[in-house]
Design a protein around this ligand. Structure first.
Ligand code: ADP
Length: 210
């Protein structure tokens, strides 16, 4: 993980909680000191320097994330250095569409644009009753929605959700219980939360049913 700003440290923390060993790199000694107490291995280095990366043994890593955002120059030069070293999977964080294009053109294998992705997702949540929403491209989405009031008390088999609403209910969480796979006998009790998938407009219309 290169760059322990707000994005990088959250990502490094999440990877650690998922059970992965993370080497974190930042050029700022204060950040290195602060995160040494929290993360497994934190070192100070300028990641734009290919030699410094080699000294860290970066060529043994299969995945490196460049989480630098504010300095486009540092982010691009770091990706270049990593591709020179031959890291098989370079993930890079972009802070604008142009930045994303440059990162891809200098060899980043995966580019994420967290501000744009989160902004888009949160926009969907703000204007709807959806509790969570994820778009997969090609007009396909999955959403977490409270059971629409007109469907409360009905069995999925009787509702013919797919035929009537064009979405598929794949999971249901009865009030106070855990999520379960939905099946034709699932009854949509009051306070249930559903996982539905389908075309974006259809998923939104389903969530808005009243
Ligand atoms: P955020 O928006 O997630 O807070 P920033 O871009 O502000 O991200 O922070 C990026 C981090 O990357 C900072 O901690 C900074 O010290 C570090 N950084 C910037 N340039 C380099 C570099 N050349 N080598 C290593 N770390 C760097």
């Amino acid at each position: 993980m290169i760059g322990l700003g707000r994005f990088g440290c959250h990502l490094a923390g999440s990877l650690t909680r998922l059970g992965h060993r993370v080497l974190a790199v930042d050029r700022d000694p204060d950040r290195v000191q602060r995160w040494s107490a929290v993360l497994d291995r934190v070192v100070q280095a300028d990641a734009t320097e290919e030699q410094a990366l080699r000294q860290l043994g970066i060529d043994d890593f299969t995945r490196v994330v460049v989480a630098i955002g504010a300095s486009v120059e540092a982010s691009v030069l770091t990706v270049l250095a990593l591709t020179e070293v031959g890291v098989p999977q370079v993930w890079a964080r972009a802070t604008s569409r142009k930045h994303a294009k440059i990162l891809a053109s200098v060899g980043a294998h995966h580019v994420v644009f967290p501000e744009a992705e989160t902004g888009e997702r949160v926009a969907h949540l703000i204007v709807s009753r959806m509790l969570d929403f994820m778009e997969f491209g090609d007009d396909f989405a999955i959403a977490k929605v409270p059971v629409p009031p007109p469907l409360v008390g009905h069995r999925l088999r009787d509702l013919a959700v797919q035929e009537r609403y064009g979405v598929m209910v794949v999971g249901a969480k009865p009030a106070g219980e855990r999520f379960r796979y939905a099946d034709p006998d699932t009854v949509l009790g009051p306070g249930s939360v559903l996982i539905v998938e389908g075309g974006i407009a259809r998923v939104q219309q389903f969530a808005a049913l009243r």
